[in-house]
Design a binder for this molecule. Structure first.
Ligand code: NCD
Length: 326
């Protein structure tokens, strides 16, 4: 290890010919196993660098436009922290009501505006397909930070990185997704991204009206991965390596009464967890609204707070990669 920690053996440098330089990140379908290995190796190095030096100048002079049309705490602030820890800066547009969006500006015009000032655009938007639309209009890289009920690729990348760091493997896993599998974009991306690994078994536990969408299940089936649906957790919890809990997405229901029938459908607490393995983990993209009790937070299997921190390293890696510095 060199004595100057900022010149450590990182795969960093100016690598504008690298495959991800200047690319958009719209869907997890863009990533194959080799890409994931590369991103996670860079993320792992980012973790080491943050622990050793905190902030360093890999992206000095680069600017990120953080454009959020939907609420966000973790995704928005972790992209900001990621850019600032790499020495870059951020144009935050978290409150689109104070921007020209309120005057009726289209998404594509807003994106074309921001790319005049920034090197990369992170976009969260309520419409499925909006990130692809923005990327089509933009010359600079667009990173999808959640497009309606579609995808949330950077969340899925950090979810898989969490599994790798916590369990030390990505093959031969039983992953149980629980909660709102219909509207939850994180599980749509995660199920697809897990198809890159071997011997994966997917369990979907949800109320009848919140089942995993057919298109995602078709893709899983086409890759020959075992999947099964349940309405209760009891049958599958004992064999689960990763329990991925999600919030019921109140804001996406067309019928408020339907939400009332399924809110609070599942609560994971220490009593429920007695049936789970000792060496499994519980994950959640957060925010939680009652589906994991606070009494579980001190259980070593509760990985959801650590998961947020892994998100910082993965987003640092992604920014460095699309800006040609990793
Ligand atoms: C998720 C999202 O926005 O899709 N949150 C996040 O990015 N960590 C999950 C959610 O809102 O329930």
């Amino acid at each position: 290890m060199p004595s100057d920690p900022t010149s450590a053996h990182l795969p960093f440098g100016d690598q504008r010919s690298a495959p991800w330089y200047g690319k958009d990140i719209i869907s997890v379908k863009q990533f194959h196993r080799g890409d994931l290995q590369y991103i996670f190796d860079v993320a792992h190095e980012m973790r080491g660098m943050v622990e050793r030096v905190g902030t360093f100048d890999l992206l000095k002079g680069k600017i990120l436009a953080n454009l959020f049309y939907e609420p966000s705490t973790r995704t928005s602030s972790s992209f900001t922290a990621a850019m600032e820890r790499l020495g870059g800066s951020v144009i935050p547009i978290n409150e689109v009501q104070y921007s020209s969006v309120t005057k009726g500006e289209t998404l594509t015009d807003t994106v074309r505006t921001l790319e005049c000032y920034a090197d990369v655009i992170v976009l969260r938007h309520p419409e499925t397909g909006s990130a692809a639309k923005a990327a089509e209009a933009a010359r600079k890289p667009v990173i999808n930070a959640g497009d309606g009920t579609g995808e949330h690729p950077t969340q899925a990348l950090l979810d898989i990185f969490t599994i790798r760091e916590e369990l030390g493997k990505l093959d031969n896993l039983t992953v149980t997704m629980l909660g709102d599998l219909k509207y939850g974009r994180t599980v749509h991306s995660l199920a697809r991204l897990l198809l890159n690994f071997d011997d994966i078994r997917l369990n979907y536990v949800s109320p009848e009206i919140l089942r995993m969408p057919g298109d995602v299940m078709e893709e899983v089936k086409a890759r020959g991965v075992t999947q099964a649906e349940f309405t209760g957790l009891d049958e599958v919890l004992p064999e689960t390596d990763v329990l991925y809990v999600t919030r019921v997405q109140k804001e996406r229901f067309e019928d408020a009464n339907a939400y009332e029938t399924v809110k609070g459908a599942y609560v994971i607490d220490p009593v429920v967890m007695k049936a789970a393995r000792h060496n499994m983990i519980v994950m959640h993209p957060l925010p939680r609204v009652g589906e994991i009790s606070m009494e579980l937070d001190s259980d070593p299997r509760a990985a959801y707070f650590r998961q947020m921190e892994y998100g910082l390293y993965v987003r640092m890696a992604l920014l460095a990669i699309v800006l040609g510095k990793a």
